[in-house]
Design a protein around this ligand. Structure first.
Ligand SMILES: Cc1cc2nc3c(=O)[nH]c(=O)nc-3n(C[C@H](O)[C@H](O)[C@H](O)COP(=O)(O)OP(=O)(O)OC[C@H]3O[C@@H](n4cnc5c(N)ncnc54)[C@H](O)[C@@H]3O)c2cc1C
Length: 232
């Protein structure tokens, strides 16, 4: 489906991350984990980029995507957008989806790769699904962590949701886990890892290293869904 909609809300998530919301057309149907293409026009030049939806299919009024601002051309166009400015949207696309079909899942995210995981967590929470969810997020610093309050609110509503954060460049004050997601971390936090279906999303090097780790842990490809955020 293709449609044009004005931005209805812009939410600053971190110093370099913004979410953009649009009215959700009635006919726009998608699954948690999927992505859209957002095309912007500047002086007659059109550029489109893919973004996973950070809103859930259960949210009927709006759709939302979340962009890490890079200072590059397209990113600057988005950063300068104001409520009311139009965007061309097409989608949904993508095979990394969740529809409540698994009993236990593990979501491994790197940086902005948390966006489809938020959609999945919100979907499961809103529908009160019995799926046991472990979300493992890897970020650089405390300032790079996004959707922290939203996840706290979801955890209060959903006893089956656990969130684990690890930081690669944490400040001295950080009392949580340090370093990238690794085999020993997964084994410690998820003793039942062999029973879980894994979802992996992040920049390509992060996704590649997670796949290598999961293969080493003898997780079959049939138990792994992934989306590489090509472009980082
Ligand atoms: C399926 C999918 C889903 C995605 N979902 C998301 C999402 O939810 N959120 C999100 O933020 N991104 C997402 N992405 C990535 C997104 O589409 C963009 O590619 C990304 O945001 C970078 O776009 P940009 O215009 O900011 O940077 P670009 O200009 O495309 O730059 C990207 C990289 O190219 C290099 N580069 C480009 N120009 C220069 C330059 N002049 N000098 C030096 N280096 C340069 C840099 O290494 C830079 O990091 C997704 C990608 C895919 C494939």
């Amino acid at each position: 489906m293709k449609f044009e909609e004005p931005v209805t809300e812009i939410i600053k998530r971190a110093y370099n991350v913004k979410s953009f919301r649009f009215r959700r057309p009635e006919a726009f149907d998608f699954k948690a984990g999927q992505y859209i293409t957002v095309t912007l026009e500047d002086n007659g030049k059109k550029t489109g980029k893919p973004f996973t939806l950070s809103s859930s299919p259960t949210e009927k009024e709006h759709i939302e995507f979340t962009k890490k601002l890079t200072g590059h051309e397209y990113s600057n166009l988005l950063d300068a957008m104001e409520v009311g400015d139009p965007a061309h949207i097409s989608g949904p696309f993508g095979k990394m989806t969740f529809e409540g079909e698994y009993e236990k899942i593990a979501l491994l995210s790197g940086g902005i790769g948390i966006t489809p995981m938020i959609s999945i967590c919100k979907y499961a929470t809103d529908l009160k699904l019995s799926t046991d969810i472990m979300l493992m997020c890897s970020d650089r610093t405390e300032q790079d962590m996004i959707f922290v309050e939203e996840l706290e609110a979801m955890k209060k509503e959903n006893p089956k949701l656990t969130v684990f954060n690890t930081l690669t460049k944490a400040s001295d004050n950080w009392a949580g886990c340090r370093g990238r997601i690794c085999e020993s971390m997964v084994m410690e936090e998820l003793p039942d890892y062999a029973e879980r279906v894994f979802y992996v999303c992040g920049p390509p090097p992060m996704v590649d290293s997670m796949l290598e780790m999961l293969h080493k842990m003898k997780i079959p490809d049939s138990m792994i869904h992934k989306e590489s955020l090509i472009g980082y």
